[in-house]
Ligand binder design. Structure first.
Ligand SMILES: Nc1nc2c(ncn2[C@@H]2O[C@H](COP(=O)(O)OP(=O)(O)OP(=O)(O)O)[C@@H](O)[C@H]2O)c(=O)[nH]1
Ligand SMILES: [Mg+2]
Length: 366
């Protein structure tokens, strides 16, 4: 009999570190000789995550246009498609960071309908300290409305394992605060501290994911009105832009500068970013810059040390701002960047919208 495919879904809020962790976990599975595939997901096409993971040599299929929970068959089709080339041993799936209720809408329906084909790892949720500390302790200017915070909390509530990420940046006091907040608000929940970026403690995560998801008899209650309104407060934008010049253009600097130009404009609008990410490519050169909250620095998470022309910029922004205003911010930032680099720019595609109300294909327990 063929061994089941291990299905690992890594949840967590926008910008929590899911893709970074998935890349590290994939490498660990590959070192064990496993064939690993990844499914990415977004409300629209043109995903930074897909291109980033592919540039790292991973086999990636993307479900674009709606989230996994609202497109269960899109997820299963994306997983089936891997098998025409080579059956995966492990599938890592990254749901949209504003989604919750994934156990009831994905994991359980998969178990019920696809049975022994898959073995499910415990459902792990990555916690983003920049917003997490404020949301869980109720301190400071939190940046999101209560409805968006509801999603953040629900994601933690349904997890079987909470992964507190970015320990490379956390002080002992912040670690203690987070641990205490989780112990009191999600009592008994296993917690691991990890750095998806440096790889510290990723082996412990890998080990924890080697287990099997616990059976669920009861399901988390979710108020879909609050969930839908919380999601709809986030403006979503995916754009692809090309910059051309007769001089070679700096790949890393362009990625970081466009994030900073958008950032300045978001600050002027008092709009909290959930995650702003830009992937800049020229030929084989890839750079990625990210901003995960208004009070953390812009990071160049992938550097290429290259120049080239044309540059292609894939911009994915999830921000607490109306989509029309977000589109204005991004087009204005692109115009400024092309002026600064003495390049011409063309916007190849741009979509901005508020995510629609989640309507799951299946939902266990109802
Ligand atoms: N310092 C630090 N940065 C990290 C860590 N993990 C992720 N990051 C950075 O956080 C940013 C967001 O990481 P991603 O992995 O893209 O987050 P995500 O959860 O996949 O984001 P979405 O797909 O947009 O929801 C990137 O700049 C990463 O380099 C970490 O452990 N430490
Ligand atoms: Mg991601």
């Amino acid at each position: 009999m063929t061994a089941p495919i291990r299905f690992i879904m890594i949840g967590g809020f926008l910008g929590a570190g899911k893709t970074t962790l998935i890349a590290k976990l994939a490498r660990q599975f590959q070192q064990q000789g496993k064939h690993v595939c990844v499914v990415t997901n977004d409300q629209a096409a043109g995903l930074v995550d897909t291109e980033l993971l592919r540039s790292q040599g991973l086999d990636v299929n993307e479900v674009a246009g709606s989230c996994f929970c609202c497109n269960f068959h899109g997820l299963t089709a994306a997983m089936d498609a891997f098998e025409s080339a080579r059956r995966p041993d492990v599938i890592l799936a990254e749901p949209v960071g504003s989604c919750t209720d994934l156990v009831a809408t994905i994991a359980i329906p998969m178990m019920e309908q696809l049975g022994a084909k898959f073995v499910h790892s415990p459902y792990a949720v990555v916690l983003k300290p920049s917003h997490g500390l404020k949301i869980l302790t109720g301190e400071g200017k939190r940046g999101f409305s209560e409805k968006a915070e509801y999603i953040f909390r629900k994601q933690l509530e349904e997890s079987e394992l909470i992964l507190i990420n970015r320990i490379d940046e956390l002080s002992q006091q912040q670690r203690d605060q987070l641990r205490e907040a989780i112990e009191s608000q999600y009592p008994g929940r296993p917690v691991l501290f990890v750095s998806a970026k440096t790889g510290e403690k990723v082996d412990a995560v890998h080990e924890a994911l080697a287990g099997t998801a616990a059976p669920r008899e009861t399901f988390m209650e979710v108020d879909y009105d609050i969930y839908a309104e919380g999601e709809a407060e986030l403006g979503w934008l995916n754009a692809t832009v090309e910059l051309n010049s007769d001089q070679p253009l700096p790949v890393d600097r362009a990625a970081k500068r466009i994030v900073d130009l958008i950032r300045e404009r978001l600050e002027a609008n008092d709009a909290e970013p959930a995650h702003l990410k830009v992937l800049c490519t020229s030929g084989d050169a890839v750079a990625v810059a990210n901003l995960v909250s208004s009070d953390t620095p812009t990071m160049l998470s992938v550097a290429s040390d290259s120049t080239g022309s044309p540059l292609t910029l894939i911009i994915n922004a999830r921000v607490c701002l109306a989509p029309e205003a977000l589109q204005q911010v991004v087009t204005d930032a692109v115009a400024t960047l092309s002026r600064e680099l003495s390049a011409s720019s063309s916007i190849e595609s741009i979509e901005s919208f508020r995510p629609g109300r989640p309507v799951p294909t299946f939902r266990a327990g109802v």
